[in-house]
Design a protein around this ligand. Structure first.
Ligand code: AR6
Length: 198
């Protein structure tokens, strides 16, 4: 379960979301949500999600870090996959990563909520198909692909909640891997809106 101390409940943005909030306290769901701050390639879990591109041949950002840490065998397996559509997901082994699998997804360039939502949904569907129970997500599309950070979190948290509610017995832990202080602040602000503690 995530730890929250200073929640800006009077924050205008949060209040606005809360007005229309239909999110009820659900401690079973809350227990499955974690925040991790740092490098996703260090996580020893079932699967890490990669924010890849359509070619699946590596790149910069988290994609570059994952390919560098996983090694050349990952590149070889990726080459055999025929790329990946935006909003879709494909799975590979983790190779030299401590994670067993990598779920590669391709986020939209710019603010395209349905596409971003599809990334998270398809990644978790792929996890279910492979009996993966612990998954870590980076902040897909919010780097090189330029998705505004706050708009992204407001897409990510509802779809994760929806997927967890629909698949209660399938997941043990969903980790949001945060790399930048802007995202650390946003997740601390918005997690209690979509996963209220009380
Ligand atoms: N661990 C966790 N998060 C990280 C790491 C890391 N090691 N490194 C960066 N981030 P980005 P995108 C954060 O640009 O916007 C690539 O070239 C980063 O700070 O990696 O989906 C691909 O090949 C940011 O918060 O992904 C594509 O061409 C988040 O990961 C393109 O970039 C996502 O930033 C995809 O762009």
């Amino acid at each position: 379960s995530y730890v929250l101390k200073q929640v800006a409940l009077n924050d205008a943005a949060v209040a606005k979301v809360l007005e229309g909030s239909i999110y009820k306290v659900d401690s079973d769901l809350n227990k499955k949500i974690s925040l991790f701050i740092g490098d996703i390639t260090t996580l020893e879990i079932d699967a890490v999600v990669n924010a890849a591109n359509n070619s699946l041949r590596g790149g910069g950002g988290v994609d570059g870090a994952i390919h560098k840490a996983a090694g050349g065998m990952l590149y070889q397996e990726c080459q055999s996959l025929n790329g990946c559509d935006t909003g879709d997901a494909k799975i590979t082994g983790g190779y030299y990563l401590p994670a067993r699998y990598i779920i590669h997804t391709v986020g939209p360039t710019g603010e395209k909520p349905a596409m971003l939502e599809s990334c998270y949904r398809r990644a978790l569907q792929t996890a279910i198909e492979n009996n993966i129970r612990t998954v870590a997500f980076p902040c897909i599309s919010t780097g090189v692909y330029g998705y505004p950070n706050e708009s992204a979190v407001k897409v990510v948290l509802p779809i994760i909640r929806t997927m967890l509610e629909a698949n209660r017995d399938k997941f043990d832990r969903i980790i949001f891997c945060l790399f930048l202080s802007v995202d650390i602040n946003l997740y601390h602000k918005l997690l209690p809106v979509f996963f209220p503690l009380q």
